[in-house]
Design a protein around this ligand. Sequence first.
Ligand code: ZN
Length: 497
Amino acid sequence: MKKIILLIVILPLFSCKDTQGRLTLTQGVHISNITIISSEDATYSPYVGHLVIEKDKIVYLDKNEPSVSGKFEKIDGTGKFVIPGLIDSHVHITEVQGMLPHHMEKYPELAEEFNKQMPRSYLYHGFTTLINLGGISEEQLTSFNAQPIKPDLFHTGRSGASVANGYPMNFAPEQFRFEGTPNFVYLESEADNIPAKFEPSDHTPKAVVSRTKNSGAIAVKSYYESGFRNMPKLPVPTKSIMDDLLSEAHSNGLVLTVHGNSLEAHSFLADVGVDVIAHGLWNWGKYKDVPKDSLPTEIRNVLDLQIQKQIGYTPTLTVIAGEEALADDSFLSNPELNKIVPKKLLEWYRTEEGKWFAKDLFGDYPAEEIHAIYGRIQAHAKLALKYLSDNGGLILFGTDTPSAPTYGNQPGHNGFWELKLMDEAGVPLDQILASATINNAKAFKLFSDVGSIKVGKKANLILMTKNPLKEIEAYNAIENIVLRGKVLIRENLSAKQ
Ligand SMILES: [Zn+2]
């Protein structure tokens, strides 16, 4: 008897279905006759069906129309398509695009408007889950989470696991660099250049991963970067450090994702067998001048090893495109930007002051030459991506928004751009969708909650008027974003002009 009472008490918590299979909702959404595009294994068989949400969860999914009663919103999905909310596994929500700290101090109102709009801009383009790959402070997390409407945000702790004086802590002035990188890894060869107050035992891979875990992170971010442009040669992690970061990450249930975009870095990281490489392979070193359509054997061998080990490969093609965008004004006149960038900030980007990074980067270099250089790098990046896509590589969608203080990587918009560049590279549309949903969710251990449309999962969905398995433009034909069961109208998320 006791058991039966217990069952009756417990049952309503798990199901809103009565014995006749009727759904009684208190705060529901019923989407009818919609083409459902989702997958548990990256193969897609779309079908017209019905989807019911109660509160923040999916409670029904089937070809047959359910019997629904109670309080709910009904959406006629006839002629429309629904996919899981998109996941961008490489963003930096801690930056204001195109600004340095002194710009933010000078124009606090621009920074504030940007930070208010930023989460909405990600949602505007269908991104309901973000992973911040790099440092994030408690204040930054609190302020993002205090926004009324925002994607789910995951992170990699207070700082990345950069080796002492390596990338990216090399950018910070020496007197702040160690305080600013609490999770730096001690490097014996840098011992003379590390202030004495930092104990080596606090900066072993084990100590760093343990701190990262305790700050609520889902992954550890590290770096293999020996330098680019005119940087002096930077210290990089040893094989034993990277091996230890990997095994410590795994014993703490975390994922190890590592910055690297050169042949040297990809080769090192493939050899170690890290979980995820946070960029594509576009810096081809001694092969940088090979024709745009040829993949050198040495590069193919590194990609083959990544495919064999199923290492996650994050193309981040917009890193290249977002820098190249600074070479001329056509980027800033794209009307799509009005939807996601506050008007006053867009105006500031057009001023001489707003173009500071373009001047730093390119000086008086002619635009055609810049496009020729970046065009070749991008062609190489696309070639490597296409090879992975043709040969069973594990592609994870990520943009690195913003990859530098460039206004060329705008929240949300950059994601749509990345999707288009992957399409241009020749990645099939089903693989593109999988990369931004199921692949990212599995790689970052979020799959029990997001990444596919399934009963019991979080109701994070996108409703589109075009089929994303037929045309890439579908990702810009979004009508609604369902965020934790709440139906949002896309246009209401756009920047108020
Ligand atoms: Zn990044």
